[in-house]
Design a protein around this ligand. Structure first.
Ligand SMILES: [Fe+2]
Length: 288
């Protein structure tokens, strides 16, 4: 059995035997390079240990140094460039462009999750400029290993277009100072068991309050933002409840500003060519 297949079967075996985790028990720190080397060396026992800890022990990992710190400049430059066009929305059909959208209290009602954020969406069939290539390369050096850990193999879905059903999507997100947030939710595991996001700002510098948390029980949150640095990633099994606490809620929200919390999300989405596509689930009753 090859490496990917072994990982895939190990996940399926654990998923048959155990309920999916809902609450996090522990958040570990690991250097991304350690995970990368283990996967490059096909160290199956190391990989299985991480998988077991994520699924059975309900642990999450902060992967230090998952992306170079200079990626932040690319992210801000891209956001500023895209912002010159109007905020818009495009379904994930063949030929869908990259776009950005301001998601405020009103617009968020159209989504399956409650979020106050400014999102910039990028698809692989639209990667043309140097900035777009830098974003893609910076993220995929990390993402391919997460896909591998998730049992998909490094390159799966990368070249897909919407009519294939599943597509990779990169999302630059700004949770603006002045109340940017993402309420409790779980993510779909169908295409990608492991959720990952690359942190692109620093608590105490870019914003003072709020940030990423896991639910550790129905009534308790574990906010890990102070442990995160630019270039780190946070990875966990998608059924663990998580969100982003309001970023600097006492400030005035200014959409056309850089203030707040930035991150890069990466996800394999069901496209809009898929009937009954599976999306993330809100746990707060904030959306329809
Ligand atoms: Fe999520």
């Amino acid at each position: 059995m090859n490496f990917n297949h072994t990982i895939q079967s190990y996940w399926s075996y654990l998923e048959r035997k155990n309920h999916p985790p809902r609450y996090v028990t522990k958040v570990n720190t690991l250097d991304f390079l350690t995970l990368k080397k283990a996967i490059d060396n096909k160290d199956i026992s190391f990989v299985k240990k991480i998988i077991r800890r994520m699924y059975v022990n309900k642990e999450a990992f902060i992967l230090k140094n998952s992306a170079p710190k200079k990626l932040k400049k690319t992210v801000l430059d891209l956001a500023n460039k895209y912002k010159k066009k109007k905020s818009s929305f495009h379904k994930m059909h063949d030929g869908c462009p990259n776009f950005h959208r301001v998601i405020d209290k009103k617009i968020t009602k159209k989504y399956s999750l409650y979020a106050i954020k400014h999102s910039f969406y990028f698809y692989n069939w639209n990667i043309r400029t140097k900035l777009e290539k830098d974003l893609k390369n910076g993220v995929y050096k990390h993402w391919r290993y997460i896909k591998s850990l998730a049992g998909n193999g490094k390159k799966r879905f990368e070249e897909n277009i919407p009519s294939d059903g599943q597509i990779d999507r990169l999302q630059i997100v700004r949770y603006p100072a002045g109340g940017g947030e993402l309420r409790d939710h779980v993510d779909p595991r169908k295409n990608q068991r492991i959720v990952s996001g690359i942190i692109m700002s620093k608590l105490g510098e870019d914003f003072q309050k709020g940030g990423f948390y896991f639910r550790s029980s129905k009534s308790n949150k574990l906010n890990i933002e102070e442990r995160l640095d630019e270039g780190d990633a946070v990875i966990f099994y998608g059924s663990i409840a998580h969100g982003v606490d309001k970023v600097d809620p006492k400030e005035k929200l200014i959409w056309n500003s850089e203030k707040g919390r930035w991150f890069i999300g990466m996800f394999v989405n069901d496209s809009d060519h898929v009937q009954n596509r599976i999306t993330a689930k809100d746990l707060t009753g904030s959306v329809k």
